[in-house]
Design a protein around this ligand. Structure first.
Ligand code: ADP
Ligand code: ADP
Length: 227
């Protein structure tokens, strides 16, 4: 189970005069699929990166499952991230790409193998385990990136425009697949997008950001019927 609480979170980058995120307050419930939308520069990525521990929090508290996370190392936050550029290793096959993070953590071979094959099965990648990224389609590459997130068995998925490099048809299919995956593994997900269709079809709740703060929160029906 994973709840995420933002309490008066602020972020000012070194050298900037203004806050990139200011007084961000939000509680995300266990198992929720939350979508962040808003114009470029409104603070979506910064907020995600603070949850992941890739950026320091200037003020306020980030609480995950009742534990203050501000100073917890990224590896110990129970989080898996998926980015828009899949960052696959070109010289490693699908199996090793999926298992890379487990290997550098010295997980024993048996457990690693079990998790990799289970993730591959879930994502329809079992026939491609010996292929290199260069031999994969965009959708398959995206699935490998998801596989790498799943094998960590993290309670929280953070996704920053993971579908934006795919063509429109594949994006439609992957939208459904991502929600199915989120439900199947029982994760809490924060998903950043520019795409209104993604927000409407995937979100339990949509958070609209503007100039570093929350402008509106609600279900897709709330947000798009009362803009
Ligand atoms: P979004 O993801 O919504 O496009 P960002 O979180 O990337 O927005 O950026 C929010 C604000 O913070 C922007 O004004 C941006 O210029 C600024 N910003 C982002 N990253 C940095 C950085 N590393 N250093 C300084 N300013 C940054
Ligand atoms: P984990 O699941 O432990 O985060 P990953 O396999 O995602 O492990 O990646 C481990 C590290 O390697 C991360 O710091 C990641 O940013 C980096 N990494 C992953 N793919 C690449 C790549 N193609 N080129 C350079 N660095 C990469």
């Amino acid at each position: 189970m994973s709840t995420i609480e933002f309490q008066h979170i602020k972020k000012k980058y070194e050298g900037n005069d203004t806050y990139s995120v200011s007084d961000f307050n939000l509680t995300i419930n266990d198992g929720e699929f939350i979508v962040f939308v808003g114009p470029s520069g409104c603070g979506k990525s910064t907020t995600l990166r603070m949850v992941a521990g890739l950026e320091d929090i200037s003020k306020g508290q980030l609480i995950i499952d009742d534990v203050v996370m501000n100073d917890v190392h990224p590896k110990d936050r129970g989080i898996a991230m998926v980015f828009q550029n899949y960052a696959l290793f070109p010289f490693l096959n699908v199996y090793d790409n999926i298992g890379f993070g487990l290997k550098i953590r010295h997980m024993d071979k048996g457990e690693r193998d079990r998790r990799i094959k289970e993730a591959a099965e879930l994502l329809g990648l079992s026939p491609y385990l010996d292929k290199k990224p260069g031999e994969l389609s965009g959708g398959q590459s995206q699935r490998v990136a998801l596989g790498r997130a799943i094998v960590n068995q993290a309670g929280i998925f953070l996704m920053d425009e993971p579908l934006s490099n795919l063509d429109a048809k594949l994006r439609g299919a992957m939208r459904e697949e991502l929600v199915r995956l989120h439900n199947q593994v029982g994760a809490t997900t924060i998903y950043v997008t520019h795409d209104q269709i993604e927000a409407m079809t995937m979100a339990d709740r949509i958070v609209i950001l503007r100039d570093g703060h929350i402008q509106q929160i609600g279900t897709p029906e709330d947000v798009y019927q009362n803009p």
